[in-house]
Write a protein that binds this ligand. Structure first.
Ligand code: SAH
Length: 364
């Protein structure tokens, strides 16, 4: 197997360079390229061409390789299907927004959570991702934005258009089943890429022990809870994790986290419909009554409810609901004084939703 140079410590990289009979300063040059996210050695312009070729034969740069890259029609979203060294595949998404460039990072290959509306979990969990595998996803996005140009962060620390400015751990997998590595990854992103805590979001299906672990860690990041139902009966039907941790417990831990760090809690709520026997779409978790119940859970707390249109997954028997039904739901939250917005669908045209690309590829 080829050596992945990004995974080597500085000492190991020095030794690698020496073993190849090269002068020591090559290690420093290579490290700089690795830190910029160089996808292979051919881009390393300050190395002699024959050395670049030799390196390509014995080594790889990053622990993730781009298998497929899809661009949305509006050019705002790029989705990467990435392959790891053991041939597992993961997805990562770069979103160019008005407030900056955000990368959606996967924390596991596959997922064990079994949510009934989601594509990521259909093939089960393969394994946790390492710190380097998560960090490398950000570097892939960084290279996409900046290529071989150097970081041109302004002196006041503001990110430029070609920097990754935000990280959301909202890709495939449950981050709080891989908490230690997620924390290690975010520490590095903050440290080495200068991404401030308030521009980092971790999204969880509600693993209370993990939320408490984040609290102990103590960094003022944003927490997002995938709630998707306003009562335990309904939630248990679509999210098996609710058998373990009930809504009250999850929200309790989440409010504790957001209050401690003085952050607004993000609640994710997919508006689901379900086809009945006559083929009509019934509101599954998205009726006015559900909106009232959800309001009661949120009242008095500093939250933002993100209403998410469901991205259709062929294997799942849910349905999207009408725009009218979405707005009716939102109006009730607003009437009850709950902050809410409807999440813009990004990259729906490139299967950018939740494990769809990986699934499609696995089936081929
Ligand atoms: N496991 C974590 C993070 C990954 S899922 C969590 O549950 O939060 C990221 C978000 O996408 C979650 O809110 C998840 O419920 C949502 N999601 C999953 N499948 C979806 C789909 N088909 N359409 C819209 N959102 C989906």
């Amino acid at each position: 197997m080829k050596k992945v140079l990004f995974n080597l410590t500085d000492g190991e990289l020095n030794q690698f360079v020496i073993d190849m009979g090269l002068p020591r300063f090559r290690a420093k040059q290579i490290r700089e390229w690795l830190n910029r996210g160089a996808p292979d050695f051919s881009v390393m312009k300050n190395l002699p061409i024959d050395l670049r070729e030799k390196l390509n034969q014995v080594a790889e740069t990053l622990p993730v390789k781009i298998v497929q890259k899809l661009e949305s029609k509006d050019n705002q979203t790029t989705k990467f299907l990435l392959e790891l060294n053991d041939c597992e595949q993961i997805e990562c998404v770069l979103m160019r927004t008005t407030y900056g460039n955000s990368v959606c990072v996967s924390s596991q290959a596959g997922c064990a959570m079994g949510c009934k509306f989601c594509a990521s979990t259909l093939l089960g969990l393969k394994r946790n991702l390492t710190i380097n595998e998560m960090f490398a996803q950000v570097l892939v996005a960084q290279w996409e934005l900046r290529g071989d140009k150097l970081n041109d962060t302004r002196p006041n620390g503001d990110a430029n258009n070609n920097d990754v400015s935000h990280i959301v751990v909202m890709g495939t997998g449950e981050p709080l089943q891989n908490t230690e590595n997620v924390i290690g990854f975010l520490e590095r992103a903050n440290n080495e890429l200068n991404i401030s805590w308030r521009r980092i979001t971790v999204s969880t299906c509600g693993i209370v022990s993990g939320i408490d672990a984040l609290n102990t860690w103590g960094r003022p990041i944003n927490l997002a809870i995938s709630l998707h139902a306003p009562d335990d009966d309904l939630r248990t039907q679509i999210m098996p994790i609710n058998n373990r941790y009930k809504i009250a417990e999850v929200l309790d831990a989440a409010f504790r986290f957001s209050d401690t760090h003085n952050r607004q809690l993000m609640i994710e709520y997919i508006l689901l419909g379900k086809k009945n026997a006559d083929g009509e779409i019934e509101l599954f978790n998205s009726s006015p009554e559900h909106a009232e119940k959800l309001s009661n859970l949120m009242r008095g707390h500093n939250v933002m409810v993100n209403l998410i249109p469901w991205n259709a997954v062929d294997e799942r028997d849910f349905a999207s609901i009408s725009g009218n039904a979405v707005h009716r739901f939102q109006d009730i939250l607003i009437k009850n004084g709950v902050h809410t917005r409807i999440r813009r669908e990004r990259g729906a045209d490139i299967g950018s939703a939740c494990g769809q690309l990986r699934l499609k590829n696995a089936k081929r």
